[in-house]
Ligand binder design. Structure first.
Ligand code: C2E
Ligand code: CA
Ligand code: CA
Length: 724
C-alpha cells in the first residue's frame, strides 16, 4: 500500500480531508510518532511520544508558513529530537522522510506547492544540522561524564580489587559501558559483558590478545604514546577517540578513557579502560557529511564538494594542471515546462549517470552544480590533452536519446572548457571563466564545446556580469517600462497596453527583456522585479485613467513569470498594488505563458483562479507555441488567448497560407465558444490586420499600430483615437 494521500479541497469541492488545521497537525504528529517510535530508546509509549512531537510539529508548521525562512526553528526541532531520546540515526532519517512526505500535505496552506516544498526541504537540512549539533554536544557532555566516572571508577575498582574478588565482579559486570583491565605488560586480565558485546567475540579471543595488538589503521599518532606514558606511571589517565577491529572485520569506534590503577603503595599496577561505543553516531556523522556534499537527486558530488576538490587541484604543486568542463543542457527548461518536473528529474539522473561513466580515471570527478549544470574535472600533469578527450567523451555520451515515459528525448549540451596550471587562479575565477565560455558555446548554437579565451571573456557582456549586476540595478532604478498599445480590431480604438520591461544598463545601454528575464528567473530576482513592473505599470494605468476623463479607461497587461506564479505573495501583492493605485481589478490583465501552465495542478492554478474571481483577466500568452491540449483550456482560469507571433507571420504574404488560416480560424472559434477573447501579436502590416479581423480576432498588437514606447505616447494615441 502506498503512502496515504488525501485530497485537498479542489476547485470542484472534492473533499475527504479532516476538518481544521489542528486536526491535520495532529495527524502529522501521529504519523511522525508512528514512524520514529520503533527506533526510539525511550520508556514512553507511542502516544506519549506523539505528545512530545506535537509541539515540534507545530513549530515546523510555523516555519513552513512563515514569510521569511527561519533555519533556527528547524535546528531547534532537530535538537529537540535528541532531547526526546530519538538518538538512533534511523530516527533522524525517518523524521526527515516524514517531513518530506507529509509536512506540506498536512500543514501547507493554499499557497503554491513548489514553494512550500522548497521550504520543507530547507527545513529538513536545518533539522539535520540541529540534530548533528545537539548530538555532538551531548557526546561531549557524555565524554566528560565518562571521564568523571572513570576517575571515580578508578577509586572504586582499586578498592574492590583490594577488598574482594566478589565485590569487584559486581562493579564490573553491572556497568553499561565497556570495561577492561590489563596488566602493565598489556595482558588483558578482565573484560565485562558490555565490552564483549561491543567487540562481538568470545572472552577468550579478547584475553588472548595484548593491549598493544589492538591497533587500528586510523589510530591517532599520539594514542600509543599516551598509553606508554600511562603504563610508565607518568600520567594517571587519558582520553581519546579510537577504533578497534572486530573479529568480523568491521570497525568498532569508541570514546575511550584509560586510567592507571596503582597498588596500595602507589606503584603502577593495572591499566583500566572504559569505553563507549560511538560507531553508530560516527556513521550518522559520515552520512550527514555525505548529504551535505552530495546532490540528493543524482547522488553526484555537489557544488560544495566540487569547490573543495577544485581548490585542492588549484593548490597542487608545480607541474600540476587542471582541466574543467562546464556543461549546461540545451533546452532543458522546455522539457521541464512541457513534460513536468518529474520527467525533468529523470532526465537529469540519466545525464548524471552518463557523465559519471565519462570520468572514471583517478583525478577525475563529475559534480552537479545545480539545475541542469554539471562539471567534470580532471587533474594531473597532462590535462591539456585529457580535457579535450573528456569533453569529447561527454558529447558522445549524450548522443543516444533518453527514453522517458515512452518518449525519446534528445539531450544536447553546451560545454565551456578551462584548462591551466595549478596556482594561477582562484576556484571562483576558474568557474566564472568556464561559465562564460559555456555561454559562448550556447550562443553559437549549442551542442558544442568551446575553449576559454581570456580576451573573449573580458569582452563578452557576460551572463555572469549581468546576473551579478541585476540586484543593484533594481535598487538603482535602472529598469523602465515601455508600453505597446492593444488595439480593437473592429473599430481600431486603443483599449490598453502591454507593459514591457527594459534595462538601461550603465555600460551596455538599453537591454531587452530576453537578455535579462531568464537570468532574473534563474536567480529569483524576477519576484521583486516583477512586483516592481506590476506596481509601476498599475500606477501608470491609474494615471491614464485620471487624465482620460470620460473616455473608456485604458487597461494594462503585465507579464508574469512562472516563478511569480508560485510565489506565495502573488495574490496579496496584486490586491495591495491595485488598491494603492485606486485601479479596479477589471483594468488589469496578467499574461502567463502557455508553457508555464502546462501540466499545472490545482494548487498552482489556485492563485490565478483567485485573481480571476476578483475580476483580473488572465491571458494565455504565446498561445500555440506549447503543446497544451486545447481541451485543457476549459480547466484554466483564463479569459484571453494571445496568439503567438508565428501565426501572424504566416499571414504576411498574400494570399496567406491556407493551412495557417484554417488553424487560426479554428482556434478563434474554439476560444469564442469557451468565452475567451483572442488577441493577436506581431501585427506588422495592414493586410495582416485585415485578415485577422476577418478571422474574428478581437484585439491586436504590433508595429503596424505602434512600437513599444513611453507612457505619454500611448496616452496621446488613445486620445487621438477617442476624439478622431
Ligand atoms: P511577449 O510577451 O510575447 O511580448 C511581445 C514581444 O513582441 C515584445 O518583445 C514586443 O516588443 C515584441 N513585438 C511587439 N510588436 C511586434 C511586431 O510587430 N513584430 C515583432 N517582430 N515583434 C513585436 P520584448 O519587449 O523584447 O519582450 C520579449 C518578451 O519578454 C515578452 O514577450 C515577454 O515574454 C518578456 N517580458 C517583457 N516584459 C516582461 C516583464 O515585465 N516580466 C516578465 N516576466 N516578462 C517580460
Ligand atoms: Ca506578453
Ligand atoms: Ca507573447
Amino acid at each position: 500500500m502506498g503512502p496515504l494521500r488525501f485530497r485537498r479541497r479542489g476547485a470542484y469541492g472534492v473533499t475527504a480531508e479532516p476538518d481544521g488545521p489542528e486536526d491535520r497537525l495532529r495527524r502529522f504528529a501521529t504519523i511522525w510518532s508512528r514512524s520514529v517510535f520503533p527506533v526510539t530508546s525511550t520508556s514512553l509509549t507511542r502516544s506519549e511520544l506523539e505528545e512530545q512531537l506535537l509541539p515540534l510539529a507545530r513549530r515546523l508548521r510555523g516555519a513552513l508558513l512563515e514569510r521569511a525562512f527561519d533555519a533556527d526553528t528547524g535546528k531547534a526541532v532537530g535538537a529537540a529530537l535528541v532531547d526526546a531520546h530519538c538518538t538512533d540515526p534511523e530516527a533522524l532519517s525517518r523524521s526527515l522522510d516524514c517531513v518530506d512526505a507529509y509536512l506540506v500535505l498536512y500543514c501547507g496552506e493554499d499557497g503554491p506547492q513548489e514553494d512550500l516544498r522548497a521550504r520543507a526541504a530547507r527545513l529538513q537540512h536545518a533539522m539535520a544540522a540541529g540534530y548533528a549539533q545537539a548530538l555532538r554536544e551531548r557526546t561531549l557532555a557524555e565524554q566528560e561524564a565518562i571521564a568523571q566516572a572513570a576517575l571515580r571508577a578508578q577509586g572504586v575498582v582499586a578498592q574492590a580489587l583490594h577488598a574482594s574478588e566478589a565485590r569487584f565482579r559486581a562493579v564490573f559486570e553491572g556497568a553499561a559501558i565497556g570495561i577492561g583491565i590489563a596488566d602493565l605488560e598489556g595482558n588483558v586480565l578482565q573484560v565485562n559483558g558490555a565490552l564483549l558485546r561491543m567487540f562481538g567475540g568470545s572472552e577468550q579471543s579478547l584475553r588472548d590478545r595484548k593491549v598493544q595488538d589492538l591497533t587500528h589503521p586510523e589510530d591517532a599518532p599520539q594514542t600509543w604514546k599516551l598509553y606508554d606514558e600511562l603504563v610508565r606511571g607518568e600520567r594517571e589517565h587519558y582520553h581519546t577517540e579510537k577504533a578497534f577491529s572486530r573479529p568480523d572485520g568491521t570497525a568498532l569506534w569508541t570514546n575511550l578513557t584509560v586510567s592507571l590503577l596503582r597498588d596500595a603503595d602507589g606503584a603502577p599496577q593495572y591499566s583500566l579502560a572504559l569505553m563507549e561505543d560511538t560507531t553508530e553516531r560516527r556513521l550518522l556523522n559520515l552520512r550527514l557529511r555525505y548529504e551535505a556534499t552530495h546532490d540528493a537527486l543524482t547522488g553526484l558530488p555537489n557544488r560544495t564538494l566540487f569547490f573543495e576538490r577544485l581548490e585542492k587541484a588549484l593548490g597542487a604543486g608545480a607541474g600540476q594542471r587542471f582541466g574543467l568542463c562546464y556543461l549546461d543542457l540545451d533546452g532543458f527548461k522546455t522539457i521541464n515546462d512541457s513534460l513536468g518536473h518529474a520527467a525533468g528529474d529523470r532526465l537529469l539522473v540519466e545525464v548524471a549517470d552518463r557523465l559519471q561513466s565519462c570520468a572514471t580515471a583517478p583525478g577525475e570527478m563529475v559534480a552537479r552544480l545545480g539545475g541542469d549544470e554539471f562539471v567534470a574535472l580532471t587533474t594531473g600533469p597532462d590535462t591539456r590533452r585529457e580535457v579535450d578527450d573528456l569533453a569529447a567523451r561527454i558529447m558522445n555520451a549524450m548522443i543516444a536519446p533518453v527514453r522517458i515515459d515512452g518518449r525519446e528525448l534528445t539531450v544536447r549540451g553546451s560545454i565551456g572548457i578551462v584548462e591551466g596550471p595549478a596556482g594561477g587562479r582562484s576556484a571562483a575565477e576558474v568557474l566564472r571563466s568556464a561559465d562564460i565560455t559555456m555561454y559562448r558555446a550556447k550562443s553559437a548554437g549549442g551542442n558544442r564545446f568551446e575553449l576559454a579565451d581570456p580576451e573573449a571573456d573580458a569582452r563578452a557582456i557576460t551572463r555572469h556580469g549581468l546576473t551579478t549586476a541585476l540586484p543593484a540595478a533594481l535598487d538603482r532604478g535602472e529598469f523602465f517600462i515601455e508600453y505597446q498599445p492593444l488595439v480593437h480590431l473592429g473599430d481600431g480604438s486603443v483599449r490598453g497596453a502591454e507593459a514591457l520591461v527594459r534595462w538601461l544598463h550603465p555600460q551596455h545601454g538599453v537591454l531587452g527583456p530576453d537578455r535579462f528575464i531568464p537570468l532574473a528567473e534563474h536567480t529569483g530576482l524576477i519576484v521583486p522585479l516583477g512586483r516592481w513592473v506590476l506596481e509601476e505599470s498599475v500606477r501608470q494605468a491609474g494615471e491614464w485613467r485620471e487624465r482620460g476623463g470620460d473616455t473608456d479607461p485604458l487597461r494594462i497587461n503585465v507579464n508574469l513569470s512562472p516563478c511569480q506564479l508560485t510565489h506565495p505573495g502573488l495574490v496579496q501583492d496584486t490586491v495591495d498594488i491595485l488598491e494603492r493605485a485606486g485601479v479596479a481589478p477589471e483594468a488589469l490583465c496578467l499574461e502567463v505563458t502557455e508553457s508555464a501552465l502546462i501540466g499545472a495542478d490545482d494548487d498552482l492554478l489556485k492563485p490565478l483562479r483567485r485573481l480571476a474571481e476578483m475580476g483580473v483577466d488572465i491571458a494565455l500568452d504565446d498561445f500555440g507555441t506549447g503543446y497544451s491540449n486545447l481541451a485543457n483550456l476549459r480547466r484554466l482560469p483564463v479569459s484571453v488567448l494571445k496568439l503567438d507571433r508565428s501565426f501572424t507571420q504566416g499571414m504576411q504574404q498574400f494570399p496567406a497560407d491556407p493551412v495557417d488560416l484554417k488553424i487560426v480560424e479554428g482556434i478563434v472559434s474554439l476560444a469564442h465558444s469557451l468565452n475567451l477573447a483572442v488577441t493577436v501579436e506581431g501585427v506588422e502590416t495592414g493586410a495582416q490586420a485585415e485578415q485577422l479581423r476577418i478571422l474574428g480576432c478581437d484585439t491586436a498588437q504590433g508595429w503596424y499600430y505602434a512600437r513599444p514606447g513611453p507612457p505619454d505616447r500611448l496616452h496621446e494615441l488613445a486620445l487621438v483615437d477617442a476624439t478622431g
